[in-house]
Design a protein around this ligand. Sequence first.
Ligand code: GLN
Length: 517
Amino acid sequence: MSLLRHSATTLLSQMSDGKLSSVELVQEYLEQIERHDGRVKAFLRVDAARALKQAAAIDDRRSRGESLGPLAGLPVAVKDLLCDEGQLCTCASRMLADFRPPYDSTVVAKLKAADAVLLGRTNLDEFAMGGSGENSAFQVTRNPWNLERTPGGSSSGAAACVAAAMAPLSIGSDTGGSIRQPAGLCGITGLKPTYGRVSRYGLVAFASSLDQVGPLAGSAEDAALLLEVLAGHDPRDTTSINAPVPRYSQTIGQPLAGLRLGRVREHFGPGLDPEVSAAVEAAVEVYRSLGATVCDVSLPHEKYGIATYYIIAPSEASSNLARYDGVHYGYRTDERAMHDELAAERKQLAATIGKRDFDAQADAVENPLLRMYRQSRSEGFGPEVKRRIMLGTYTLSAGYYDAYYVKALKVRRLIANDYEAAFRSCDMLIGPVSPTPAFKIGEKHSDPLAMYLVDLYTVGANLAGIPGISIPCGRSRDGLPIGLQLQGPAMSEERLLRSAHMFQRNTDWHLARALLD
Ligand code: GLN
């Protein structure tokens, strides 16, 4: 069997048993990337030399009998919005095309401390805003199961690279579904942890009250391995939860007796593709056959989820993205050209309105600082990011703050209350991840509302701060993966992973890899 088919868990034990070196393994993945990534375009950058050097250093330390970290020698791909000291961190934006952070994000620092090999940086929707990867300023990632289709987003490269066996593990971020949705559309496992479970320090902020980093992997078992490394308290993130990290990878095999699943009524309503519905219902039956009880639950405010999310997320984004002003860091417009243009405009204005009027008006017309801000932001950001900044600036503006932003916060509380109530009668919620399998590239790109509606079943977890996991549970007639979502109360990752594992032990949807089959 090809090495690329092995789980991360198996690869780690092969390395620790001395049957496999990290250099061999990294080479294997680099070759797979070489073979396929020209078409898939999951990676923005692969640093083969650095990865091989890290791998060789780990092999060397192993041969000397040194004790090694829990991911020793295993390649991990990182979404291009987590700081890695001195390395480019572009967020798939022209704005940060040349940005090299001077420090490590906590997540990257933890990967390094765990002796993981940093394979490369994966593509995303610009600043993680989007659901198809098409908003990247640099390239469009394709779904490895069908290159005409989107892999989902915003962690498009992170999902595609695992699905195509170009990395065993990857890191994504999820603000409204960006780990779970691409994992679902690419047929892999992705977990969005409880808000505060994983540090956001050094994660480039999109919507700070919703952003959460998490693992994408080939199975729940592998996701557990990675989450165990990522999770934990971080004094550098004030929203980080100070609670011990369970040994997810050790407990994952423990059986779950008396599991009570809540089938979310609102997640099986209009708009749900019949094939997705059938696959998810079949998964519900699998759980039933394994001894789980299933009851119907309702999340009555869920229907306001999209509207609420698309007020809160852009509001926070408009504030977070104010820092990209062309002055502190990031892209700055070509100032020489700008000054030449200003001089020409000044000259023309003076000729049109006469010297005296011109002196009175000149400042208002041509403040060079404002022009520099405006041009830097106009040229540095793509259309979706601009749309979010405008939406958010509007919803936070004096006249509309109460009507939109404050109202959205209130509805957010109602949505969180619904989840709390639901978890009184069941341990976990079960339903689809996305309303349809992977859609075509270009299909929704020019229709923002259609794109936003894809997030129907995922934004709730972010608004409520609870964890959710996406696991593959079927295939459409066209061979596209279908995802199943499980959601649990805050800090229930251990149980989510165990439930996902229970499903994966009894099914084999998660074993398929695109481009290998
Ligand atoms: N698709 C959602 C959005 O565009 C979610 C993005 C995310 O989770 N980063 O905002």
